[in-house]
Ligand binder design. Sequence first.
Ligand code: CDP
Length: 795
Amino acid sequence: EDGGPDPETFCGHGRGGMGEEVKRKEDQRFITGRGNYVDDIKKPGMLHCEILRSPHAHARIKNIDKSRALDVDGVVAVLTADDLLEHGLATMPTLMADTQDVLVNDKVKFQSQEVAAVIATDRYTAKDGAQKVVVDYEVLDPVVDAHKALEEDAPLIRDDIEGQTDNHCLDWETGDEEATAKVFDEADVTVKEQMLYQRLHPAPIETCGAVGDYDPGKDKLTVHMTSQAPHIHRTLFSQVAGIPEHKVRIVSPDVGGGFGNKVPIYPGYVVAAAASVVLEKPVKWVEERSENIQSTGFARDYDMTGELAATKDGKIQAVRTHVLANHGAYNAVAQPSKFPAGFFNIFTGSYDIDTAYGSLTAAYTNTAPGGVAYRCSFRVTEAVYLIERMVKVLADELGMDPAEIRRKNFIPPEKFPYKSPTGWNYDSGDYEKALDLALEMADYDAYREEQQRRIDEDADKLLGIGISSFTEVVGAGPGKTCDIAGVEMFDSADIRVHPNGSATVRVGVQTQGQGHETTFAQIVAEELGMDVEDITVEHGDTDTDPYGLGTYGSRSTPVAGAAAAVAARKVREKAKTIAANELEASEDDVTWDRETGEFHLIGAPDRSITITEIAAGAYMNHPAGEEPGLEAVDYYDPPEMTYPFGSYIVVVEVDRETGEVEFEKFVAVDDCGNRINPMIIEGQIHGGLAQGIGTAMLEHVTYDDNGNVTGGDFMNYLLPTSMEIPEFETGYTVTPSPHHPIGAKGVGESPTVGSPPAIVNAVVDAMAHAGIKHIEMPMTPDRVWEKLDEAGLAI
Ligand code: CDP
C-alpha cells in the first residue's frame, strides 16, 4: 500500500532491513563445521546403497546375475528393474513427461546409466557387492553427436517409444519466419556464424544424495534429499509411488550448491526411497563425483547458428537463429512444461529489434539426459551468448566499435515496459547507463589505444576487449504460463510473529548457499520494522513450509521474496489494528513509519508502539472481534518476470606464442533493481563470474565415438580455481522492477549468463584485425593458438 522502500533512501534503518550489508546468518554454522548435509545424516540401522552403472553407452542387457553379490557378507539386497517392476517403480517420469528407467529395463542408453542397486550395511560393502554383480551385455553401436544422431543410418536409441523410428526428439519455433526472411532479403548487411554452447556440468561441491526413511509405524516415507525443489519433488514422489502426499515428507537440509543440478529427480533418490519402504530401514545413497558428472543433469549442448540483418550504419533489423540441441538419451530438460526450448526465445536480448525468428531441433543421443538450467533461467544463457556474440560479429563486419553498435540498438528507457518480437514483456531497464558506467570503470578508451599500439608494434601479446550487455529474464511464473509438471510456478511465505516480538518465516524456496536465511529476514525486517536478528527463516521441509516451486532460475527473490514482502504487509495490516487498540485510538488515526519501524498517532510521533509491544498485544490483549495471534501467509503468483541486466567488459592479453589468455581487467556492472543485501549480491556476482570463466576457458563434458565420457571427472572436466580467477571490479545501477512489491529483480545467475560472451568477444577482439570472427568455447590455449595460426598471428 505504500509502494515499498524507496531505492534512493532505504538503508535498512540500522535494523538490518533492505540495503544493509548484514552478515550471513547461516555462515555461523557453515564456517564452524555445523552444517547439516544429506551425507551427515545418520539413522539407527541405516543401510547404504551403491549403484552399479553401465560401462557401455548403448547395450542390451541379456542377463543380470546377482548371486555372487548376495553372497558378500553384509549385502542385504540387490535390486534390478525386475524388482522395481513389482512395485510399479521401474520407470519414472522426467520433468518433460518422458519415461526414464530407474534401473535399466532391457536397454542401456548412455554410459553410467543405472543398472542395479546394491544395499548393504555400509558403503564399502555395498561397493564390493556391486562389483560382484555380473551383467551380460549385448553391445550396440552408440551415437553421441546430435548431427550424426539425425543421419538416416544412425542407430535407433529410443525403441521403447511407440512409433519412434529415428533419433528426432522435438521441433520448436518462435517469431515470424516469413517477415524475418523478407528483412534478410532486403538488408544492406547480413552476418552469420555457427557456435556451439558446449555441454557443461553444474558441478556443485556437494554431489546428489538421499536418505530414504520409511516409518512403518506411521506409514510415512521421509526422504532427506539434495533438492532444490522439495515440494514439487514430494508431488512427483507421491505420483510415482502412489503414496498420498501427506504420507510423504521431503526434507532438503543444507545443500552444498545446486546450480540446477538438483532440480530433476534421479534414479538414486527413487532407489533409496523404494529400498527403505521395502526393507523398512533407512537407506542412504550418495553419489561420487564421477557419477554426478556422468549421469546427472548436464547443461547447454546447443549448436547454434545466428544471423543478423542490419543497415550499413549498424541498426539491427532482424535476428534469425537455428539450434540443434543434444538432449541425451531422454527428454529430461528441466524447464517450465510449456517451454521446450526454455526461455531461449529471448534471443533479441537488450536490443530494440522488430523482427525475429528462431527454430530448434532436438535429438536423442547415447549421452546422459539433461538440459538443466545451470545457474540460468532455462536457456537464457544460450540466448544471451548468441546475441552478444552476433553483435560483435556484426560490429567487426561493419568496422564499428562494439560499444557504439550496442548504444545504437539498445531498447531506450522510455520504451519500457517493452514487448519483444518473440513475446517477452520486459519490466524495466536502462542499458546505456550500465554500459556507460562499465566503460568508465574499464578505462575503455585507453585500452583501445593500447590495443592499437600493440598491433602497430607487432607485440608478442595482443590485447582484446570484449563487451556483453545482457538482459536476463528471471522469476518464473506467472503460473498460467510457467508450470512444472502442471504445478503453477508461484511461491510462498508464512510469517508468524511470536508473543515476545520475534518471528519465524517459512518459505517455499530452498537455499543452496545463496543466503536466503539472511535476505528473506531482511525483507521482513524492512516491512515490519523488526530487527533482523529477531527473525529466523526456515525452508526445505515439506511438512512445515508452505508449498513452493523451489530455487532455480534466480526465482527466489522475484517470487518468494515478493511473497515474503506481501505476507509481511498482511501482518502489518493486522498489527495496525492491534496498535490502534493499544494506543486507544481509531485505526484511521494511526500510521506506520518505515524509518522508525513503529506505528504512531498521526501528528503525534511520540505516541508510538513497536512491533514487540504489538505482538504482545496480539496474544495478551487482542481487540474484540479480531482473532488473536499475529501471522500471515502469502502465495505469490508474479504478474510478470523480472528482467535484470548488466554490462560486462573484459580485457585480455593473448600470447601469440602459446595461445594463453590472461585477464587484464574484468568489470561487471549489474542492475538487479532494488538491492536487499549488497554484500550477498557481490558474492553472487563473484561466484557467477568464476563459473562464466570456467565456461569460456575450461569446461566441457566430452565423449569419444564409443560413447565413453572423456570429460567425466575433475581430472578431465576442468573447473576454475583461484589461480584462474582475476580480480573483479563490480559496479551497479538500480532500476527497480515496477511490478515487484519491493522493486527487486533476481541476480544470482546474471554473471554466469552474462560473462561468457564478454570473454569470448575479448579473445576474438584480440585477433579481429586479422580476420578472426569466432572461436569456440572452452578457449583452451591449443584452440586459441590454432586461431592465431589461421590468422597469421602465431609466433
Ligand atoms: O533464486 P536464487 O536465490 O538463486 O537467486 P536470487 O533471487 O537472484 O538471489 C540470490 C541472492 O541474492 C539471495 O540471497 C537474494 O536475496 C540476494 N538478492 C539481493 O540481495 N537483492 C536482489 N535484488 C536480488 C537478490
